[in-house]
Design a protein. Structure first.
Length: 256
């Protein structure tokens, strides 16, 4: 009796390990962009070294995200668990924000006076503009997905690019705001408000960078005529999460 069928069945069910270098790239990017850069800036007072660390870490993070997402999009396993897994990932990220906000609320509500000594008045107009830009980007990515479902790939590419431009503008305004506050000698180590402000806005900004990296990974093959619709749906879900979190940042940090 031939054992070939059982051999083929065994081969079909043999676990297939997938390895990737991109998580290491992202990890080292985070190392340079966060603890190394912050250490140079706020511990050793070496601003130029901090800028260099950011210049090394940020591109590594973006490149790692792009590479990892493109790797997943080209996988022969298809959609896999991308969309449902994103839901769990968003829940985990939301808990991080909740813990930071809870710490902020506790410290603020138990403080003898607020804002603490050494604080400056935070901008009131710029956050509104930033909110409008980010909300607009949610509408544009939703419109891009609708065009893709109708088979209009050219329109999808165009509106995806518009979304990425809006996200980049948002980051540019955030960087401008940080630079202005630094020149006012208001930093993360000024007082509790400074720590809260730069922690929360920085964490949110890092999520915007991740979202742009995912969009870039979608855009590059899309311009070549290859679009993975489940990944587009997953990327859009993540971007809407980033948008929703910003409403909490604005209401709690800027206007409370």
């Amino acid at each position: 009796m031939s054992h070939e069928p059982s051999a083929h069945a065994h081969a079909a069910h043999t676990p297939e390990w997938e390895v990737s270098v991109w998580p290491f790239v992202i990890s080292f990017g985070i190392l340079f962009a966060l603890p190394v850069a912050f250490g140079f800036k706020f511990v050793y007072g070496m601003s130029f070294a901090a800028i260099l660390a950011l210049g090394i870490g940020t591109p590594m993070i973006v490149a790692g995200i792009v590479g990892w997402v493109r790797e997943g999009m080209s996988s022969h396993h298809g959609e896999g668990l991308a969309f449902p897994a994103m839901g769990w990932f968003i829940l985990a990220e939301a808990m991080i924000f909740v813990s930071i906000f809870a710490s902020y609320w506790f410290n603020r509500l138990t403080a003898e006076a607020w804002p603490p000594a050494g604080s400056i008045e935070l901008p009131k107009v710029l956050p509104i503009v930033m909110t409008c830009v980010l909300v607009a980007s949610s509408f544009t990515i939703h419109h891009a997905e609708a065009l893709l479902q109708k088979g209009n790939r050219t329109g999808f590419n165009a509106w995806l690019i518009v979304t990425m431009v809006l996200g980049s503008v948002f980051l540019g305004m955030s960087a401008y705001e940080w630079n202005h506050l630094f020149h006012e000698n208001f930093t993360a180590d000024t007082n509790l408000l400074g720590t809260v402000f730069f922690t929360i806005t920085g964490l949110h900004g890092s999520h915007v960078i991740v979202g742009l990296g995912i969009f870039l990974a979608v855009l590059v093959p899309a311009l070549q005529g290859r679009i993975n619709e489940p990944f587009v749906k997953t990327a859009g879900l993540y971007w809407h999460f980033v948008d929703i979190i910003w409403f909490f940042v604005v209401s709690q940090v800027y206007y409370w």
